[in-house]
Design a protein around this ligand. Structure first.
Ligand code: G16
Length: 541
């Protein structure tokens, strides 16, 4: 390691005085102007991680659903998964260390992790469309090269595409070709294969309206469109030609405000969906004939997929171990439906796909979705081999079911939740089942719910347990929440510090929308009073 070069170049990426950042739910996120040093340092860290694992490591420059002025960075581990927890700690330590201590911090990490400094290092980089992303990705590249690492800059990518590239490179192309064309071809082939099997619905070409949050998803969907047309035709809105990234649009806006994005013209009963800013989340929705808006969130996506997969497994006669992973935000109705009607075991983890992904790996088929639309399905190697074998051996309808499963395996992004791949899976399932968006929505009725944000001086004063459903600190907060919940029927509520925004998140469910709104507001006031609220007191909605 050329320690002098590190000292010399790190002064070009100076750390702002007093700034402390933590590797949060999905990497570092804050105002873009505070991130140059973090990017340089994550370039250094990725080079070390690459040497240690003798694999390609990914770095994505994005702040996903956050406002355009923010930015962020996340590291991608060898099989396309999120960075390992011990390395998240190294990342936090390296991002916060003072410049004069950088050499020591890097040496400490190398020693602790037994990094062979003579190994080659290779890092692939992607970025979203934020105005700040290009310059910040140059700082990442600087960090990688200062440590003698090689790199490939993919430029503009969706976050899941970058995860896919890492996975492909580290499996020597077995998972797919590590190019954008490779990504399009692999997923489109599986999608077209599936929709061909949908012949009995006689549905032909389908149209879907997609709100792209004015983000990179629009560019990538445009590039990909001709690979999957005419089986699916997509009409893009909020494609980045005029509006601001994530502003009044995108999956996060639609889910948390429970209303359509700006710029989307919705005819009655028309199927529409929204991506978030880096296209790793998707939610669906429609307006009924009376003009009412219906949201179909990650929970209902998980339900549709689970019921479809269970039907196929029944057809082929395989008793594979299936599990659904959710978080505390999952609507109570979805959990009940999955457990009681579908008889699928459901597990709850902390927020953040890294937690859900990890749990999902325990099953032959692990279905994980956050209510916000972030998720995918993982197939174990054993399950995959079994299904591929049955697709050759079985006959008639059983063979057809196994072939559908084979295509589904190829269509899901096995590295991370992916809005494009999830959209294609959903469209294929609806086509195969001959199901309308209204029939999908009618699987169960959501318990009315509300999500709010509260500004506090230091959100870390709130700590939680029981998969974030109970607050441990500050003292008195959980008792206050328990007291408020008792006032409403069919109710529950919890609070947790966000790991991507400087806010505390509040979630409440109750028997009517009015009650859910009121409970969420009362809990917000308790947070404001007991956890050091700043700026404006929460107002009733
Ligand atoms: C990220 C994570 C998600 C998480 C979301 C919100 O999404 O990948 O798993 O649900 O942040 O996290 P928090 O509530 O801690 O702010 P994205 O789409 O912003 O990358």
């Amino acid at each position: 390691m050329d320690l002098d070069a590190i000292t010399k170049y790190s002064t070009l990426h100076a750390k702002p005085n007093g700034l402390l950042l933590q590797y949060g739910t999905a990497g570092f996120r804050t105002k873009a102007e505070h991130l140059d040093h973090v990017m340089f340092r994550m370039g250094l860290l990725a080079a070390l991680r690459s040497r240690q694992t003798k694999s390609t490591i990914g770095i994505m420059v994005t702040a996903s659903h956050n406002p355009e002025e923010d930015n962020g960075v996340k590291l991608v581990d060898p099989l396309g998964e999120m960075l390992a927890p011990t390395w998240e700690e190294h990342a936090t330590c390296l991002a916060n260390v003072e410049e004069q201590d950088m050499q020591r911090a890097l040496t400490d990490i190398s020693e602790k992790e037994a990094v062979d400094l003579l190994q080659d290092a290779f890092v692939v980089i992607g970025r979203d469309t934020r105005p700040s992303s290009e310059k910040l990705s140059q700082s990442v590249i600087h960090g990688v090269t200062v440590l003698g690492g090689q790199f490939h800059d993919y430029g503009l990518l969706t976050t899941p595409q970058l995860h896919y590239m890492v996975y492909c490179r580290n499996t020597n192309g077995q998972y797919g070709q590590a190019t954008v064309e490779g990504y399009y071809q692999k997923h489109a082939k599986a999608f077209v294969g599936l929709t061909k099997q949908a012949s009995y619905t006689g549905d032909g070409c389908r149209t879907l309206k997609v709100d792209c949050a004015n983000g990179v998803g629009a560019l990538k969907l445009r590039e990909m469109e001709h690979y999957f047309s005419p089986e699916l035709s997509v009409l893009l809105c909020n494609d980045g030609t005029k509006g601001k990234l994530n502003h009044l649009c995108g999956a996060d806006f639609v889910k948390s405000h429970q209303q359509p994005p700006e710029g989307m013209e919705m005819k009655p009963n028309e199927r529409c969906c929204s991506f978030d800013g880096d296209a790793d989340r998707i939610v669906y929705y429609y307006r009924d004939a009376d003009g009412h808006f219906h949201l179909i969130d990650g929970d209902k996506i998980a339900t549709l997929i689970s019921s479809f997969l269970k039907e196929l497994l029944l057809e082929i006669g395989e008793d594979l171990k299936v599990g659904v992973i959710q978080t505390a935000y999952a609507n109570g109705s979805s959990t009940r439906y999955l457990e009681e009607v579908m008889k699928v075991p459901v597990y709850c983890t902390k927020t953040g796909v890294k937690h859900l992904h990890h749990k999902a790996q325990e099953f032959d088929i692990g279905i994980y979705f956050e209510a916000n639309g972030h998720g995918t399905v993982l197939f174990s190697k054993v399950a995959e081999m079994k299904i591929r074998q049955l697709a050759q051996e079985l006959e008639g309808n059983k063979r057809k079911a196994a072939q559908i499963l084979e295509n589904i395996i190829d269509l899901f992004n096995q590295a991370i939740g992916d809005a494009i791949s999830d959209m294609l899976v959903i469209e294929a399932i609806l086509a195969l089942k001959g199901m309308t968006v209204q029939q999908w929505d009618a699987l169960y009725t959501d318990i009315p719910n509300r999500q709010l944000k509260v500004k506090v001086a230091d959100r870390q004063v709130i700590s939680t347990t029981d998969a974030e459903r109970q607050a441990l600190t500050p003292p008195g907060l959980q008792d206050a929440i328990d007291g408020l919940v008792k006032k409403y029927r069919l109710s529950r509520a919890f609070v947790r510090p966000s790991g991507t925004e400087d806010v505390v998140r509040v979630y409440a469910e109750a028997d009517s929308q009015e009650s859910a709104d009121s409970l969420a507001h009362e809990v917000s006031l308790a947070v404001f009073q007991l956890a050091g609220g700043v700026e404006e007191r929460p107002q009733p909605s």
